[in-house]
Design a binder for this molecule. Structure first.
Ligand code: RIB
Length: 304
């Protein structure tokens, strides 16, 4: 299998579990507090590697002790972390509050993620032998754009998950093999309020008309919708599970989908595989700590 590249963020998640989210001005007690490796880029890399794809992470951590832990976590989970740079200052930090319903709030401090430049990419990214690159929106936007342009030049498929959500310039859509958005991101990117499969299709059509080759809209408990410029359409249901923490569910879906596609699975099969990976992730706590491996995903699918 050809390798996947992930160019994106690496964070230390500081996770507090609470009964319910605090109101403005309110102080509440947390029932538990943990430090868990996270970051949308690193989570997607871990999900891809655990799902069986050779995967290289390109990003940056600080010179602080969190940086050592974050690099070690990536390596332990099978990601090639040799291209994760060390930058002056602190690593990215995500302050995460998880409610009893498993929902979360996240506040990001970019730290080293905010220092990744186009020049850094030129010095570490090895495009040869890569089939796809996964990008998100937690490193400087100019760097992500430069990566998208390079991927196009090199003939490497680009998957973009613009999270946290941002509007995208028109010229960007033609650089994308796959745009992956949840309901919130779809609304910001396409202007369509996505609430179900039908509205997901409208949002996907909007992005296809702008030049994306394919679009996946994830819909939480309602599954996901896929559409391609060649006219393929698929709606895949979510697996019913009892969620304890939805952190990194989207990242797990994306990494597992990219790994399954790189392994040659047909699109609909890859979407079902990704949905199973995400279902398992929401039944576990934390970001990288919740991401299942290929054997777990296959066993889950076989049990359904
Ligand atoms: O998508 C979940 C991730 O978002 C967390 O791991 C956190 O680091 C933020 O980047």
């Amino acid at each position: 299998m050809q390798k996947l590249l992930v160019i994106g963020s690496v964070n230390m998640d500081v996770v507090s579990n609470v009964k319910q989210f605090p109101l403005p001005g309110e102080t509440i007690h947390s029932s538990d507090m943990k430090f868990v490796p996270g970051g949308k880029g690193a989570n997607q890399a871990v999900a891809a590697a655990r799902a069986g794809a050779p995967c290289v992470m390109i990003g940056a951590v600080g010179l602080d002790p969190f940086g050592d832990t974050l690099i070690a976590s990536l390596s332990e989970k099978g990601v090639d972390a040799k291209s994760v740079l060390r930058k002056e200052g602190t690593s990215g930090i995500a302050l995460i509050t998880v409610s009893e319903e498993g929902e979360n709030n996240i506040i990001l401090s970019a730290g080293a993620n905010g220092q990744i430049t186009e020049e850094d990419l030129a010095s570490v990214v090895q495009w040869d032998g890569a089939c796809a690159v996964l990008l998100q929106n937690e490193i400087p936007w100019e760097t992500t754009l430069a990566a998208l342009r390079s991927a196009k030049e090199k003939g490497v498929r680009a998957f973009l998950n613009p999270a946290p959500a941002r509007a995208l310039p028109e010229e960007l859509f033609s650089l994308l093999d796959t745009l992956i958005v949840n309901e919130t991101e779809a609304a910001v990117v396409t202007g369509v309020k996505v609430v179900d499969v039908e509205t997901a299709e409208t949002a996907a059509d909007w992005a296809l008309a702008k030049g994306a080759s394919s679009v996946i809209v994830t819909l939480g408990e309602q599954g996901c919708f896929y559409a391609s410029a060649q006219g393929a359409r698929a709606a895949v249901s979510a697996f019913r599970v009892q969620p304890v923490d939805t952190t990194a569910a989207g990242d797990t879906f994306i990494g597992a989908y990219a790994a399954a596609s790189a392994d040659g699975l047909a699109t609909e099969e890859a979407l079902v595989f990704a949905a199973a990976a995400a279902a398992l992730a929401v039944t576990r706590h934390g970001a990288q700590s919740s991401i299942p491996d290929k054997a777990e995903i296959e066993a889950f699918l076989a049990s359904r």
